[in-house]
Design a protein around this ligand. Structure first.
Ligand code: AMP
Length: 403
């Protein structure tokens, strides 16, 4: 991460912080690696992540550890470990962290990548689902993600899911000869993933497959209807997509994904859903939860690359001749103490070189320290004045205030 990319990220993180902390989410940072079991149990043995994407290693004491491939299981682990169920519910947490997946690297898909994520634990109110989705929509809007679409579905609770799974497995077995090798091998383990296949014949089989949305319990139907109503009242546009299943095992009820057509093959910008069984699966009390994660690199790729708009140098301190370096250094320190974004010549350049450098930095003012006196130049209007050196900082502050 360098240069413009770094400032775009900083701006994105600032937007995420403002949006999420404004909605009562508290920052959390979990360790970069955890016991492998957390992910195999939490994310699920049948998922791509656990089956083939984790960076796993053994430490000196023979424990199996894994670089975090996602953030939800660690956040739920922390919720249990820190007794957060005793706090007022829902507990709302957000993060911006790096994650690791052993994937084939390509544009928008990396082995180390960053996500902004948000998790709300302890309430199954559909308003928490809707709030969570609205916050991600707001972030994507703020970042300027282009050609953005929101797909939404419900996977139901474990009961409706269990019955549906059997129906789907029966459908897949009837058409087994047309399925891709991979889908066929997962009929028992994870039949829902067949909806994600891009194998042509499999896709045809899935067009006539029963849909989970048509087999939800009454409670799940009502929950989903309320989420949709709330999204509509917040003016968030969505499409219900009964083929949306998401890759992870822990989802229940609401699932959603934002995609951007500006991204090409890796079109997912961010997504998430409800995971009402996960905390209990990790040894905590039964606790509903809902959340999402959005890829930082993907948001930046799909966002409009607006310049950050923040002037990074308000005062550049130049000096001539060399003997005035000490006085210049004093001005630099005084300027920073006064809250100015200030830099000084550090490269041994001639005066002409220093002025060129200040221009390249887009400095607003340049002070050319000549001893007791200093020439202060306004780089925007071009005006310059000669002042007593110890009044320069004051003059810059006054000049910036009258902008
Ligand atoms: P997931 O946890 O797979 O739903 O991922 C959530 C978001 O993280 C995706 O929508 C992407 O924006 C981003 N993401 C996932 N995997 C990668 C990766 N390997 N490289 C870059 N971004 C990723």
């Amino acid at each position: 991460m360098l240069g413009d990319d770094a400032s775009a990220r900083t701006a994105l993180e600032a937007s995420a912080r403002a949006i999420l902390e404004g909605a009562g989410y508290e920052r959390i940072e979990t360790p970069a690696f955890e016991a492998t079991e957390l992910f195999s149990r939490g994310v699920g043995e049948s998922t791509d992540i656990v089956r083939k994407e984790m960076f796993t290693f053994t430490d000196g004491a023979g424990r199996s550890l894994t670089l975090r491939p996602e953030g939800t299981a660690p956040v739920c682990r922390a919720y249990v470990e820190h007794g957060m169920h005793k706090r007022r519910q829902p507990v709302k947490l957000w993060y911006t962290s790096s994650f690791f997946r052993h994937e084939r690297a390509q544009a928008g898909r990396y082995r180390q990548f960053w996500q902004v994520g948000a998790e709300a634990l302890g309430s199954d109110d559909p308003a928490v689902d809707a709030e969570s989705i609205v916050l991600l929509a707001e972030l994507l809007k703020e970042v300027g993600v282009r050609e953005c679409r929101l797909r939404l579905s419900s996977l139901g609770g474990s009961e409706s899911r269990g019955e549906y799974r059997e129906r789907l497995q029966a459908h897949l077995r009837t058409h087994e000869q047309d399925l891709s090798e991979e889908v066929r091998s997962r009929i028992d383990l994870n039949p829902l993933r067949a909806f994600d296949s891009d194998h042509e014949a499999t896709r045809r089989v899935m067009q006539s497959a029963p849909r989970l949305l048509d087999h939800l319990s009454e409670d799940d139907v009502e929950h989903f209807a309320q989420v949709r109503e709330l999204l509509a009242s917040a003016n968030v546009a969505y499409e219900v997509d009964s083929t949306l299943v998401r890759g992870l095992d822990y989802y229940t009820r609401t699932v959603f994904e934002f995609t951007s057509a500006a991204l090409g093959a890796q079109s997912g910008v961010g997504g998430g859903g409800r995971y009402d069984g996960l905390v209990a699966r990790l040894g905590g009390p039964p606790t509903p939860g809902v959340g999402w994660a959005a890829g930082v690199e993907r948001m930046l790729l799909a966002g409009d690359s607006r310049p950050a708009g923040v002037r990074s140098v308000e005062l550049f301190v130049a000096f001539d001749p060399e003997a005035n370096r000490r006085a210049a250094f004093g001005i630099l320190a005084a300027a920073r103490s006064a809250g100015l974004k200030a830099q000084m010549e550090l490269g041994g350049r001639s005066l002409k070189g220093q002025l060129g450098h200040a221009k390249a930095l887009l400095a607003r003012y340049v002070a050319i320290v000549e001893g007791e006196e200093t020439v202060l130049r306004d780089m925007e209007g071009g005006a310059q004045e000669r002042l007593a050196t110890d009044t320069v900082v004051h003059a810059v502050l006054r000049g910036l205030r009258t902008l």
